[in-house]
Design a protein around this ligand. Structure first.
Ligand code: MIG
Length: 825
């Protein structure tokens, strides 16, 4: 034992003093005679003693613990458990405002169980041990407890560790859980949610930045979802530690989960998105190409960058300002030496079509001469330790304090801090380091207090939602300040529901081929987890990509809802022209493709924002009845029309592409390809395998250098013949603002129907927005027979042969209702 000078060893203390010391620091207090302190052990729910009902809620008690079953909708049932019969206050950051429909609730009872049934799911509660099972209408057991819900007291912090143990079903596979860097199917994995700044993460690194405690299970062709709405550190074990169990658990809070019925996986995701909200429609420019680097400065460099894009005719809509724009990394300030007149610079960039996006970190520099710090300090907006002092930690600016974004007042204050930025013309805010990340210690100490919107808690409870609440404060503040413009926000961390406030990227990846694959997997996984508006740092954040890797990453980027090149400052530059003129030409071609397909991407976004559908759909979601699709995670469908097979192998000249059942068109060459099998597809560096579903109507823009550069005079519709009926969707509005909330939008539904004598295209138009263009320019592909005539709303119309004998093109008024393409009989 090390003895500090001046302090007496215990045995040297006189006896009387010894007694005093003992008084002050009692050894273990003995329990009074006859009193037994129960040991901490796992307690399992026991036989149901009582069932009661209150509206849509049902309560099952074993005498001590209680389970609440809440019928949320026909397809969603919520379960929660109170270890000692006392439920916590109802509060969730995840759940959005949605009201749901309940057709009916049937309650019945047998000798063994209670059955609560809706129109699409039955929940059975066994009387003897309170096991909970969910069955579909065909009595297929979708999901069932392997053990009763259990818990153990947390003697250190209070509350309970809570556990739910489900049976692993034969041939079951698992998807979801946010941003985990690994193959899509999570079978055999044990993963946790504890937001972490995972700089230079690798395949398998866990936890990562995001915390999305939602997974999808599928077996026997039927899919369901479980959303464990718990913000503490959660663990999900998919038949890893025990091969016949799926266990999810948490270090605190309530065992509270939503069971979401399918049977289609896409409907599980849709319902989860209804529950937790969708991304609001972003400004259209945010779907354009973004160029970023840590950091572009001084101003001159940015001007040269912008100029080069326009000179080289490479489309670009946004430039990002990483942390070096700030004055000593103080948030909401500019480095006056590098950026003497931000407003002018931003406005000059804007005139050329570039929108400015600035990064913001949560750490506020401890500096008495810095307004943001002063305000935060005076108003007690910063997080406090459990005892006495403010929480402090080191980040880029040095010693910092951190706003408590779980306090509405703090969020309002934070939102207001963007005022000057907005006045200067900043249109997007990028929220970084919000896991929250702290140098050295990783994150906040666990004793830090959070307001939690009145439901106070320590950092154990608030850690996983801190980032989302920062994004929320940013989004809500910007929305207020920007009046009639849509804010654009990015956030690195987040909890379930983040999508209501922000887009995201996959964090600090590396310029390797495996990371390209991970990016491809992670955008699919995020999309299945409710966060569709996502992308990766194209080219890799660290490391050194070569031309080939950069090109392949750009290709994936075109089909990432958020498309941004970003890199660390000490690495090789990653501008589209960095890799020589050959590469530049290919990169231009693909960024141009992004802009051509923009009307399609925008429509897919609307399908997400308004109809809650995921934008990127893995093959297992397209065709869940085809078992090999659970492992086919290296291709996906964007929306429901364009199949994308990114090339992620170095040196590849072709790759295998499985096409789901039905007919497909080769995007580049226009020929018909049969689905339901795997094809070897040529994929030289300047191309990538893309296929369009037969029957699709794909809107296409002319190439523009930025989204609003040109007011188009006609819109191209590429239409692909199919012998069956297919519907397509086109959404248009002014590209910004909230007019769409008042029906100032236009939704067009196209229905194609191919027969032996005629190919029909019908259009239905809804909404009050009137695009300025007058006509569609229609390209019809894949016509099986020669054409005798084309009639538009009953009147014959001129047409021309297209590039191939099987295609024709013609113009029609944009308000047509019916086109008949008659074949020569
Ligand atoms: O500690 O702002 O993931 O995109 O360039 C690094 C500098 C902080 C991490 C982000 C990265 C960004 C960088 N940031």
């Amino acid at each position: 034992m090390k003895i500090v000078k001046g302090i007496k060893k215990h045995k040297d203390i006189p006896t009387s003093e010894k007694a005093r010391v003992k008084d002050e620091i009692p050894e273990k207090l003995p329990a009074p005679a006859g009193f037994i302190i129960p040991p901490v052990e796992r307690q399992y729910l026991k036989a149901v003693r009582q069932m009661t009902r209150a509206g849509n809620k049902f309560y099952f008690s074993d005498g001590v613990s209680k389970v609440e079953l809440n019928v949320v909708s026909d397809a969603i049932i919520r379960i929660r458990m109170a270890p000692k019969g006392e439920f916590l206050n109802e509060f969730s950051y995840a759940i959005s405002e949605n009201k749901f429909h309940i057709t009916r609730i049937d309650v019945s009872e047998t000798r063994e169980q209670f059955i609560i049934a809706t129109d699409c799911v039955s929940c059975c509660i066994s009387k003897v041990n309170l096991l909970i099972s969910f069955l579909d209408k065909n009595d297929v057991v979708l999901n069932t407890d392997a053990q009763p819900i259990h818990f153990e007291e947390n003697t250190q912090y209070g509350g309970y560790n809570v556990f739910c143990s489900k049976q692993y079903q034969k041939d079951e596979h698992f998807f979801g859980l946010g941003d985990k860097p690994m193959n899509l199917d999570l079978l055999g994995k044990r993963l946790q949610n504890w937001g972490t700044d995972a700089y230079d993460f690798k395949r398998g690194t866990d936890p990562l930045y995001k915390n999305i405690p939602f997974y999808i299970g599928i077996h026997h062709g039927v899919s369901y979802g479980i959303f464990f709405d718990n913000t503490y550190r959660t663990v999900f074990d998919f038949a890893c530690q025990k091969n016949n169990r799926v266990i999810f658990s948490s270090e605190g809070g309530e065992l509270l989960y939503y069971f979401i019925a399918g049977p289609q996986m896409i409907n599980v995701v849709k319902r989860y998105t209804q529950l937790t909200g969708a991304h609001p429609l972003p400004p259209k420019w945010a779907l354009g190409f973004h160029q970023s680097r840590w950091s572009y400065y001084p101003e001159k460099k940015l001007r040269v960058l912008a100029k080069t894009f326009r000179e080289k005719k490479i489309p670009c809509d946004a430039i990002h300002f990483d942390i070096d724009y700030m004055d000593g990394f103080r948030c909401f300030t500019w480095n006056k030496r590098h950026f003497p007149d931000p407003k002018k610079m931003i406005s000059d960039l804007h005139k050329k079509g570039f929108k400015s996006v600035a990064i913001i970190d949560p750490g506020i520099k401890v500096d008495e001469n810095y307004r943001v710090f002063q305000e935060g300090k005076e108003n007690n907006y910063f997080c406090q330790r459990a005892d006495d002092y403010s929480m402090e930690g080191y980040v880029w600016p040095g010693l910092c304090r951190f706003p408590d974004f779980t306090n509405e007042k703090v969020r309002e204050w934070w939102g207001g801090l963007f005022e000057e930025f907005i006045r200067q013309g900043i249109l997007g805010i990028w929220n970084d380091m919000n896991e929250p990340a702290v140098f050295g210690t990783g994150t906040f100490p666990l004793d830090v207090n959070h307001h939690f919107d009145g439901f106070h808690g320590s950092h154990r409870k608030a850690h996983n939602i801190y980032g989302m609440q920062m994004a929320r404060a940013t989004y809500e503040g910007m929305k207020k300040l920007m009046k009639n413009k849509r804010p654009f926000t990015i956030s690195r961390s987040g909890y379930a529901g983040l999508q209501r406030y922000s887009s995201t990227w996959t964090g600090d990846n590396r310029a390797t081929w495996d990371h390209l694959k991970l990016a491809m997997l992670m955008i699919q996984r995020l999309s299945m987890s409710g966060i569709s508006f996502c992308g990766s740092d194209i080219g890799g954040f660290t490391g050194k990509p070569d031309a080939e890797l950069y090109i392949r990453w750009i290709q994936l980027g075109v089909f990432s809802p958020f498309m941004r090149v970003h890199s660390a400052g000490d690495t090789r530059a990653r501008e589209p022209w960095t890799f020589g003129s050959g590469a530049e030409k290919i990169v231009r071609k693909f960024i141009e493709l992004r802009y051509k397909l923009l009307p399609y991407f925008y429509s897919v976004f609307r399908e997400h924002a308004h109809y809650h559908l995921p934008m990127i759909r893995p093959l297992c979601m397209i065709e869940q009845e085809v078992a090999p699709n659970f492992q086919r995670d290296d291709e996906f469908v964007y929306g429901d029309k364009i199949l994308v097979a990114p090339v992620c192998e170095k040196g590849a000249k072709h790759r295998d592409v499985y096409l789901p059942g039905g007919l497909w068109y080769h995007y580049w060459e226009g020929h018909l390809v049969e689905g339901g099998k795997t094809h070897q597809v040529s994929a030289p560096r300047d191309s990538m395998p893309l296929f369009v579903k037969a029957g699709s109507v794909i809107p296409e823009n002319p190439v523009m250098q930025f989204t609003a550069e040109i007011e188009i005079s006609e819109l191209t519709l590429n239409i692909f013949y199919s012998p069956y009926s297919v519907s397509s969707f086109l959404y248009e509005d002014s590209g910004d603002g909230f007019g769409y909330e008042n029906e100032i939008y236009s939704e067009k539904k196209f229905q194609t129907h191919g027969g032996e004598d005629v190919f029909l295209i019908r259009q239905e138009i809804e909404g009050k927005y009137k695009p300025r263009y007058k006509n569609y320019r229609i390209n019809l592909y894949g016509l099986p027979y020669p054409i005798s005539k084309v009639k538009v709303d009953g009147r014959a119309t001129k047409f021309r042969r297209g590039k191939t004998s099987r295609s024709i093109l013609f113009k029609v008024n944009k308000n047509f209702r019916k086109i008949e393409v008659a074949f020569v009989s």
